[in-house]
Ligand binder design. Structure first.
Ligand code: ZN
Length: 414
């Protein structure tokens, strides 16, 4: 299958959050056809492509018909690489699938999500029926993020015949990214040690080296109720909340070089029971899209010290992220994408759940087409995405091989 055919198939399988079983089944079967046994946990699936020339019995991806085309800039392939995957891998090596060793070299995670948001109003065609119009494939999820999944899947197939490379690429296609549910965070420990990661989201193939976090606070202004006619005996909670809301709107926070400033946005407010009663409570939500130079806990403390209202954390787990420019993964991304970046990404993603793993967010498509009617991806964007991922993986293993030497030299120089 070509990358375009893979994407078309993925788009034709509806996969709103928590309903990814069918699309995960199709990918599992696709991999099986190519001799690769994926592991599953819920609607998440993952597999490895390992370099180093240890071919596993019965498996040579390049022998199969209809394989994904390889990138023009691929290394001359010797087909000596192998896929070391889940149960099949463990049977071949006699090891438990949960035991990961480091003999496969540096381990790079490639992750993207299988789920989509529900279709919104305004579609001019059936969102679940992929439709080509000129070079654009229209359909729900074509851009966010099935294009990334298709490009990664085809890059995995091509990688397996790209010739020896020293490293292991771990591919994970996960569920419930759009709702922050049973996705990457539930399988991260099962993937084994990871030295770096790529998160596939539409970035126009720009390398995102920083991503905003999200801190949502629920603030409650407390007061004392009374008849409006006796307001002198009352303490108006809405007035108190209004003072805090004005303060929040005027607040500024230290900016970040790739992401700019953080602003506090009050997004919902409610209070009062009756038109003629001074309200004794008013609650409002504050949404802060944070930058990596802001610590969520410290920020909550600081805000609480400035506000009259009680400040409660509603959600703080989407942490802001940044990857240093000297990290091999960022160097490799810039090498593979023609030096586009690093840029900052204002939307959150599963990167938020990857802990301290040096990560780059990158993928074909445009974030402005996501969560919109008439979402599409072009054929050339998809092909460029697949080539970029493949070259990026190979460039990463080269950079990672250099990195210990660099640091040894740096130590020596001191
Ligand atoms: Zn997405």
């Amino acid at each position: 299958m070509t990358p375009a055919e893979v994407l078309e198939t993925l788009v034709s399988i509806p996969s709103p959050s928590a309903q990814e079983a069918a699309i995960a089944d199709w990918i599992t079967a696709f991999l099986q056809d190519h001799g690769v046994a994926a592991r599953r946990s819920g609607n998440n699936l993952w597999f490895e492509v390992r370099g180093g020339g240890r071919a596993l019995p019965g498996h040579r991806v390049g022998e199969h018909e209809g394989r994904a085309p390889t990138s023009a800039s691929l290394r001359a392939g010797s087909c000596a690489s192998s896929c070391s995957v889940g149960r099949r891998g463990s049977e071949a090596t006699g090891r438990s699938p949960l035991v990961h060793d480091r003999s496969g070299g540096p381990r790079l995670l490639l992750n993207s999500h299988l789920d989509t948001v529900p279709p919104c109003k305004g579609w001019e065609s059936d969102p679940f029926q992929p439709q080509w119009r000129a070079e654009r494939l229209y359909g729900l999820g074509s851009n966010d993020a099935k294009g990334c999944v298709a490009a990664m899947l085809c890059a995995a197939m091509a990688l397996a015949e790209a010739g020896p490379f020293s490293g292991t690429a771990v591919f994970a296609f996960t569920a419930e990214e759009e709702t922050g549910g049973q996705g990457i965070s539930t399988i991260l420990e099962l993937l084994g040690p990871l030295d770096a990661a790529l998160v596939g989201e539409p970035t126009n193939l720009q390398a995102c080296g920083a991503q905003r976090g999200m801190l949502v606070l629920k603030c409650v202004a407390h007061g004392r109720s009374a008849h409006v006619a006796h307001a002198n005996l009352a303490d108006n909670a809405i007035h108190k909340a209004a003072r805090d809301i004005s303060k929040l709107a005027a607040m500024s926070f230290p900016g970040h070089p790739l992401l700019g400033a953080t602003r506090a946005q009050v997004t919902q407010a409610s209070g009062g029971l009756a038109r003629n009663q001074v309200p004794d409570a008013c609650e409002f939500f504050v949404d802060l899209r944070t930058t990596p130079n802001l610590d969520h806990q410290a920020l909550v403390k600081e805000l609480a010290s400035h506000l009259e209202s009680e400040v409660l954390i509603h959600s703080a787990r989407y942490l802001p992220k940044a990857t240093a420019v000297d990290q091999p993964i960022l160097k490799a991304a810039l090498k593979a994408n023609g030096n586009k970046g690093p840029v900052g990404s204002h939307t959150t993603s599963d990167w938020a759940f990857l802990g301290d793993i040096p990560t780059v967010k990158i993928g074909p498509g445009d974030t402005h087409r996501s969560h919109q009617p008439n979402e599409y991806l072009t054929r050339s964007e998809l092909d460029a995405g697949m080539s970029c991922y493949l070259n990026l993986i190979l460039a990463y293993f080269e950079e990672a091989a250099k990195a210990p030497q660099d640091s040894a030299e740096a130590c020596h120089a001191r």
